[in-house]
Design a protein around this ligand. Structure first.
Ligand code: PHE
Length: 461
């Protein structure tokens, strides 16, 4: 019976759907990942490529995911099987489920750190007495073998709890209040952070490009990966959410709202973090710990109220991470429910437990497993690199090609709500040519192959 996908839930309202998609998009990616990846890749030039990736590749693929999901009314794998039975497009679905496992495994580790910080503020103000300041405190915390695992477990348990309860009650409700609150706080804190004395350096870091950064092919891949990660794209989170939509909603507006809000969130978070980075003399490329070291410094500076802001901030960051984690888990859970005829409750618990275990090495990589490196990266960073920079863009590439080449154009236009309009045709054109070619070039550039090929034509980069 589940094969027919009857009994599937639906969002209560169009707004509920948009908020859930926003909740999926806005998360650690906008604050934790955006700031450290931007810092590592030199700032403004990276930011420009990132925004171009969102506009030229991200939004069209986001639209494609909504369209596929709503049309098929099934999970990622089921959607491709339904729309193109027996064709290889389903590879995108399989990659998607795999990405859900990998991403959530390390996502829960970072989210656990955020919950831990929240608790620090809750139990009586967080002012470090560590000799090396917040950096030292953070380093000690993440290298402990047990503590981070505890918070990771707690976070996974909450994620499982929400998915267990289901689409409407669990996922839709939890997004309504938290998102606007987080937005207000991030805007307020960015205004304050600009007064700390690092504002002009931060603005030039973020908005005055150093073009020489662009000769490095890896910067393009980092920007592409960040665009996919931040928009929750390329792995079917938005196919899955689109599949809980009834036939009558209008998709393009939803796609543009989600992408705009997500990007605005990231840039404002940058305006919150980088002034403090420069004011406190922290290196912008200090890696995944960046927000956990800079933000407590900001809160300490604010004085008494700072502790309240710290409390609120880490609460909201954890909540934003939760709504994203829910969408990651839902991709895998929706697949297992249909495929193995499991109940939602059973799928949520089993898949959640597996993902928790998969995440343990990422957590221990900062402590007991410190010596292990994969492609020269720590375990967590390697998992992130593989999923975000390779699997997501590859999944996105297949999704774009599916709409561009695998589906009759008239069907795609109809399913998307664009109809046979100029913008609809432009959308299909982008998915058919522009996005795939760009993704392909980025892959080539990042491996250094592009330089080799350009060399054949006598072009030196
Ligand atoms: N977009 C989420 C974030 O920015 C992460 C995510 C990636 C969620 C992929 C779902 C799918 O935190």
């Amino acid at each position: 019976m589940n094969q027919l996908d009857t009994n599937r839930e639906q969002w209560n309202t169009r707004l509920g759907f948009i908020l859930a998609a926003m909740g999926s998009a806005v998360g650690l990616g906008n604050i934790w990942r955006f700031s450290y990846v931007t810092g590592e890749n030199g700032g403004a030039a990276f930011l420009l490529i990132y925004v171009l990736c969102i506009i030229l590749i991200g939004i069209p693929i986001l639209m494609a995911e909504f369209t596929i999901g709503r049309k098929a009314q099934s999970d990622v794998v089921g959607s491709f099987n339904k729309l193109a039975p027996g064709k290889p497009w389903v590879v995108a679905g399989i990659l998607g489920v795999a990405s859900a496992f990998i991403i959530l495994s390390f996502y829960a580790v970072i989210a656990g750190w955020s919950v831990f910080y929240f608790i620090q503020y809750l139990i009586g103000g967080f002012r470090t007495t560590h000799a090396d300041g917040y950096g030292g405190f953070f380093g000690e915390f993440i290298s402990s073998p047990i503590q981070p695992l505890f918070w990771q477990f707690l976070f996974m348990a909450m994620t499982v709890g929400i998915v267990y309860v289901g689409v409407k009650k669990g996922i839709e409700k939890s997004n309504r209040i938290l998102m606007p609150l987080l937005a207000i706080l991030v805007i307020g804190l960015s205004i304050y952070s600009m007064t700390l004395g690092g504002a002009s350096e931060a603005l030039s870091f973020l908005f005055t490009p150093d073009w020489s950064a662009l000769t490095n092919g890896e910067v393009y891949l980092a920007a592409l990966g960040q665009a996919f990660f931040s928009l929750s794209l390329g792995m079917g989170a938005l196919i899955t959410y689109g599949s809980y939509l009834s036939k009558k909603e209008s998709l393009p507006g939803a796609a543009v709202s989600v992408a705009t809000l997500d990007t605005a969130f990231a840039i404002i978070a940058g305006l919150m973090i980088f002034p403090a980075v420069f004011a406190f003399g922290i290196a912008p490329d200090s890696g995944p710990g960046l927000v956990f070291v800079t933000l407590p410094g900001i809160f300490e500076n604010i004085g008494g109220f700072g502790q309240v802001f710290g409390l609120l901030f880490f609460f909201l960051l954890s909540a934003a991470a939760l709504s994203s984690a829910v969408s990651l888990l839902e991709v895998a859970v929706a697949y297992f429910i249909r495929k193995f005829d499991w109940t939602r409750k059973k799928a949520a618990i089993i898949v959640g437990a597996i993902i928790f275990v998969l995440g343990i090495p990422s957590s221990l990589g900062n402590g007991p497993l410190n010596d292990i490196s994969i492609f020269g990266l720590e375990i967590l960073d390697a998992a992130d690199f593989l999923a975000s920079n390779i699997f997501l863009p590859l999944g996105g590439l297949i999704i774009a090609l599916f709409i561009g080449w695998g589906w009759k154009k008239a069907d795609a236009l109809e399913a998307s709500d664009f109809g046979n309009t100029g913008i609809g045709n432009a959308w299909v054109f982008v998915l058919k040519w522009v996005a795939p070619v760009l993704i392909f070039i980025v892959f080539l550039a990042s491996t250094g192959l592009l330089d080799v090929i350009l060399g054949w034509f006598g072009v030196e980069s």
